[in-house]
Each structure stands twice: as C-alpha cells, then as structure tokens.
Design a protein. Structure first.
Lengths: 191, 191
C-alpha cells in the first residue's frame, strides 16, 4: 500500500555539489548544493539551483560562470563546512585549508583538492521559485591525474564521491557495483 | 596534477529515474533517465531531461505531466529493461511484470512496485540541446507504507535505491552512512 507523504522535495539519491564562483572583485567562493544534475549530453550541460539569498547566486549572475566540484568522502567535512558559513563574511577556502585554482576555460575557480571539477558557462537561468536554476554548459571536465586508469579513464570507485539524502539530511557513501547499464535488463528483454 | 578529460557529461553520482507517462490514448509507458535532479524547494520541483526522439518526450508534451519512480536495487533489472526497449512498440509494464497505477494528482501513471513515486505537473520546458529539460512541480510523494518508520518518516536505507555512474555506465548501490549534513562541518567552523 502506498502512503502519501505530501508535496516535498524528496528524492534519492541527490548529488553533493560544491559550486565555485568569483565575486565582482575576483574573490573566490564555494557553496554546497544538492539540487542539480546533468541535463544534456550535447552540448554537455549540468544544472544547479541556488537561492537568490546566497552569495554565490550573485556571483553566478555577475560572471555567468561556475564550477561544480565533487568532493571525495575524505573531504566531506570541508564540503559540509561550505554550507555552514557565507562567503559574504568568510574566506571559505582559507577556513577549510583548500586551494582555489582559476579555470582556464571560464571565469570561475575550482577546488584543487576535490577529485572532479566541471567548468561551466551559464546558458540558461530559470526562475523556478525559491530556487533559481542555472544551466551551465560543461566546457571541460578536470580530474586528478592520479585517479585515472591506464587508459586515462575515470570511474566512480576511484573518485569515491558520496551523496546527499534529503528528508533526514544525511550523507552516504557509494556502495557495491550492481552491474552494467543497458545490459542487466537484457535478461527480461529475452536477449 | 589535474588532467583535462574534455567537454562531456561526466558527474558522480547521477540518479536512476524511471519516468512514467501516458500517451494520447492513455496507454502507460515508462523510461529510464539519469539526467535530472531536484531543482526547487518551494514549490517542490524536480527536473528530468529527455531526448525528443523518445516516446516519453511526446507523452510529456501531450499530458504536461509525469511521474518519477525510484527503483530499489531488487528492481534494477526491470529499470534497466525500461531503457532497452521503446514504448512505441512494447508494453513495458507487461514485459517487466510491473503495475501502472493512475496518479490521483496528475495525468500520469506510477509504478506500484517501485518504493518511491513523485507525481509531477510540468511547469517549464527548456530546450537545452539534444535533451529537453522538463521541470515538474511535485504535487505529491508516495512511498510504500511498509517502508515508513514509526514516525511515518522515510530514509534512504529503507528505500535502497541505487545510482548511475556516467562514463563507464555502471550501477552502484548506496554505501555507508557518513554523517549528518549541516553538522559534520561544524568541527572546521570551530563550533
């Protein structure tokens, strides 16, 4: 039997994005966000939604650029800290002891210590409600060279990201390999 | 050292959505999608991006409604199958042995056997590129009553969803509990 839980933003899993931006004077900032995801393969695009009240919202509107930085589980405390303080009055990079690197593709900084970085240029701004959604074209993906395999490929087990679960607002790691997509369903298809 | 991987839709984790729709004649369909995520808290909204070539794209445009259904790991084969065949020529519900239930909130069906179902009404349609993004207002969230705790709350460990990893296109389960959000970073903040 199904039970109605009401109209709420409840969905599993959601990602853990750290959004990197510069302000007007070029001061780097980062904030944590989980309302987002990929939204197009060609051009490759990612969406992230921020409240207007955030410092980062103003930065994205000013620079029309942002980065998405994926922390590994080892940096979960740092990423959580980015959501506890405001860039209005705090240098979050100094506070967490991480490094802002200027993107060579867009006018935004990425977090050097985070294993995966997407450099994005704003394509669309959609006023959804409390949150404003930015759709960014992914101009480049950068990853720690040490995480690539012999073929130069990355996988999720090397990056060791984690996820955010709305509702009880918890973080969980990535679990067991379950199978290949576009493959495990062939049994049902009768192939 | 960072290495450039090029402009591509690579991000961890992405969700595994099964999108439920009706066609013009009221025939239910489902498809698998991973380009999406929550995008607003108020009104609660979820975004999902589909290619125009899909059967479901036409259904969403026709009905301006869809559901997002989250499979548990036990139903990963069924969900993968939904991405291997087209609703143009296949009754995917019959093929997978699952049940379409008409939403009482929007003109779309949800998958009874999947533990978490979001019933959505289309608010925005954004032409991003190859993918068209639908922003749906979440009119209700339904969950299997058996998964709720004594307080009527749900958590990710009860739902047992999984995730999709782009790049090598693999599925992974949910791993260990890492901590509470807006909490584990307090150590760095100095609280």
């Amino acid at each position: 039997m199904k039970k109605s839980l009401g109209a709420k933003p409840l969905l599993y899993p959601t990602p853990l994005f750290v959004v990197g931006t510069y302000n007007k004077e070029g001061k780097p900032n980062v904030m944590t966000a989980s309302w987002g995801g990929l939204c197009c393969s060609s051009p490759p695009c990612v969406a992230v939604a921020l409240r207007k009240a955030t410092y980062s919202y103003g930065n994205v509107m000013e620079k029309k650029a942002f980065t998405i930085n994926i922390p590994s589980v080892d940096l979960a405390k740092e990423a959580d800290y980015f959501g506890l303080v405001s860039g209005k009055d705090t240098d979050k990079f100094a506070g967490a002891g991480v490094t802002a690197v200027k993107s060579d593709m867009v006018d935004a900084p990425y977090v050097k210590e985070f294993p995966l970085n997407l450099e994005c240029s704003v394509l669309h701004v959609i006023e959804v409600g409390l949150h404003i959604q930015f759709i960014g074209e992914i101009k480049d993906v950068k990853a720690d060279a040490s995480l690539l395999d012999d073929q130069g490929q990355l996988n999720i087990e090397r990056v060791r990201p984690y996820l955010f679960a709305p509702g009880d607002r918890t973080y969980y790691g990535i679990g067991q390999f379950l199978g290949k997509a576009f493959s495990i369903g062939k049994e049902i298809k009768g192939e």
